[in-house]
Design a protein around this ligand. Sequence first.
Ligand code: NCD
Length: 310
Amino acid sequence: MNHLLSIEDLDRAAIERIVEQAARFAEVSDREIKKVPALRGRMVLNLFYESSTRTRSSFELAAKRLSADVVNFVSSGSSVEKGESLKDTVLTLSAHKPDAIVIRTPWAGAAELVSGWTNAAIVNAGDGKHEHPTQALLDVYTLHRRLGSLDGVSIWIVGDVAHSRVARSNILAFQRMGAKVTVAGPPTLIPRGIEALGCDVRFTLEELADADVVYALRMQHERMNEAWVPSLREYAACFQVNARRLSPRQLLMHPGPVNRGVELSGEVVDSPQALITAQVEAGVVVRMAVLYELLSGSRVFRPVPEPQLA
Ligand code: NCD
């Protein structure tokens, strides 16, 4: 594996390999000294053009636990504010010779573009509403720990599927692992033709009891440029996952950050059936496994054009 741009690049065996490696790293995270020398002397650049709490902190921790050097770049406060383009920023920072670039941007396809501009291994940490593959991997890991196999497990992904990169990556990853995926939400928030990915579609939560796992999504206000739902109150009335709709046998997941009182009620967030904190914990070990997979072996380096800065 040269880059991690999309779940489409991973078959079931590759996902299983990452999950198994993550489980080995979980043991490291339980030690008093939470570090292994696996990536000593390697450099990981975190390049974030969008806000992030979980993803950025866990990539940083993951790289540090593998003894890599980490440079964190956030677009605010950088020369991006002076008009520097993504390409020039990548070419400039590539002069520091990173072995991996972890990139989050609001633009679909940006991670793939960047992979053509640098020798570093690229990890897509979210590209607009396209994909967020490490989120899907950490969710598979979390469920695997809890349930063993995902074969035949019914997973409902509920809410703003249309603007969610998590939904796309998770539909692909859960199905690859043998789960049966249903997406549910108001018609304005379910992309037309999504069935082509192999999932079922529901426009109400009437059959939510069929789910073994309910995976709620955040309403992505920042990606909405018109009214997609009449009001958040009306959305919550029809689609909020709350104690009335969730049965105690069902597991609850959410990628975070949660809008309490919108897609989830506070009581289900704090209930024992919520795996939300376990998902965050899984983020570190799964990202360790991804960085290890990309950087520990021999990578095939392709020649990259000389930087041409204006
Ligand atoms: C998600 C994201 O940014 O794509 N958050 C995350 O990485 N855990 C989901 C979201 O913002 O709703």
